[in-house]
Design a protein around this ligand. Structure first.
Ligand SMILES: Cc1ncc(COP(=O)(O)O)c(C=O)c1O
Length: 414
């Protein structure tokens, strides 16, 4: 009879910690890593202002009610089981229609609905890049790319983007990085973390570069609807036959990051057919994306988008306050963002100091939490850091008061 006690029938060896896989050493995601330190600061009794994560809902922006209604309806209508691996048909058709309408013609069978852009990027990198291959990634980058490349034991090769020229990619540097092992190039436009958007001439040069070297462009366009002057075209509009896979989601411009619902559109060129098959195969294994939320995709892309002009105007106002206040601080520079909700200021650090020293000092003394530039691949001594400016202009003013005071003290005392 079962006595509740298990007697091991073999030699017990419990003296050692269980080892983890070596690849974890190379896996890093600074945007969430800094939160541990912030929690310590909070436990010590200081209010923390979380300017580390780009979640508009955390700052009072509301998910449009018609999207919530669509998800609710789907749940009540019984859409709570598994769905098709590539996503439900109406969502895929809506994405295809959106991309086609914006000048990058894609059919629904070349669209997959995923658990956010994040899962789409994971599926594509896993399907496209071997462990000994390389992917060109901007520096600074959104750190998911380098983290996922570390996970599949592939190499990120950082290409320079020039802060002195509005953070646009340096084509000469890109040319110098290409080798036989290069498979793809990540283009984040509008950009996180810099807040930049690329001029058409830069986009054309990137397309031409990728074409000459047979590279796939991984076009991260999650902020495409959040240009302050209006939505920004997908890069694929300039060449619908280029080898481009575009990504976006409901997270940013549709204010529902917690729903984990995004998509990819695989360009129509037959050169991508094999990659598309591989992505489909991989996507079967994870069963499907979140099903009820997929019912909001068609509502979002084909329905009422009246929340977006107000959101864009709110972002422009915040970007203006951010660039004005940061640029006015002695020893600080900050470009005016043109889209999204991030800025990447630079503080002149005292010799021997790192961006992390500055950011952690700021957190411990003022409760203001930013992310250090080295978390996005920048050299730690260069003094870059990222600010999420979703808080209200009034709160941003308070935050920048704290930051100005701290920065003056930091630079004077160290
Ligand atoms: C450039 C970029 N790509 C992808 C993502 C991931 O977004 P999600 O997985 O929520 O769609 C983010 C989130 O901040 C981002 O900034």
């Amino acid at each position: 009879m079962y006595s509740g006690q298990v007697t091991p029938s073999h030699t017990v060896n419990r003296g050692f910690p269980i080892p983890v896989a070596r690849r974890v050493d190379a896996f890093s995601y600074a945007i969430r890593n800094v939160v541990l330190e912030a929690q310590r600061v909070e436990v010590a009794g200081r209010r923390v202002r979380y300017l580390n994560i780009g979640d508009p809902c955390a700052f009072g922006f509301k998910t449009p009610p018609h999207l919530i209604a669509a998800v609710e309806r789907a749940m009540h209508d019984g859409h709570n089981g598994y769905g098709p691996s590539p996503g439900i048909a109406p969502a895929r058709e809506a994405v295809a229609s959106e991309l086609t309408g914006r000048g990058f013609p894609v059919t629904a069978d070349r669209v997959l609905i995923t658990a956010g852009t994040s899962e789409a990027i994971d599926l594509v990198l896993s399907s496209l890049v071997d462990s000994d291959s390389e992917v060109l990634v901007p520096r600074p980058t959104y750190p998911l790319y380098t983290a996922l490349l570390a996970k599949i034991d592939a190499q990120a090769r950082y290409y320079r983007v020039d802060p002195a020229r509005g953070w646009i990619p340096d084509l000469d540097h890109l040319e110098s990085l290409v080798s036989k092992a290069t498979r793809a190039m990540v283009v984040i436009d509008p950009n996180n973390p810099t807040g930049a958007t690329y001029p058409v001439s830069t986009r054309r040069a990137l397309l031409d570069f990728a074409d000459r070297h047979g590279l796939v462009i991984l076009a991260d366009e999650v902020y495409g609807d959040l240009g302050y002057d209006g939505p920004i075209d997908p890069i694929g509009k300039l060449d619908p036959d280029a080898a481009i896979i575009t990504f976006s989601s409901l997270s940013k411009a549709y204010l529902a990051p917690g729903w984990r619902t995004g998509w990819m559109g695989v360009g129509r060129t037959p050169r991508l057919d094999g990659v598309l098959d591989a992505i489909r195969k991989m996507s079967d294994a994870r069963l499907c994306g979140t099903v009820p939320m997929q019912f909001a995709v068609a509502e979002a892309l084909l329905g009422d988008r009246s929340h977006q002009p107000a959101f864009r105007a709110a972002l422009r106002a915040r970007a203006t306050v951010t660039a004005r206040r940061l640029s006015a601080m002695p020893g600080m520079t900050c470009d005016l963002p043109t889209a999204g909700f991030y800025a990447m200021p630079r503080v002149q650090l005292p010799p021997g100091h790192t961006d992390q020293d500055y950011v952690l000092g700021l957190l411990r003394e003022t409760g203001v939490l930013c992310v250090y530039g080295s978390g996005f691949g920048m050299p730690a001594e260069d003094g870059f850091f990222r600010v999420v400016f979703l808080a209200s202009p009034e709160e941003l003013d308070e935050i920048f008061d704290l930051m100005a005071e701290f920065t003056a003290r930091y630079r004077a005392n160290t």
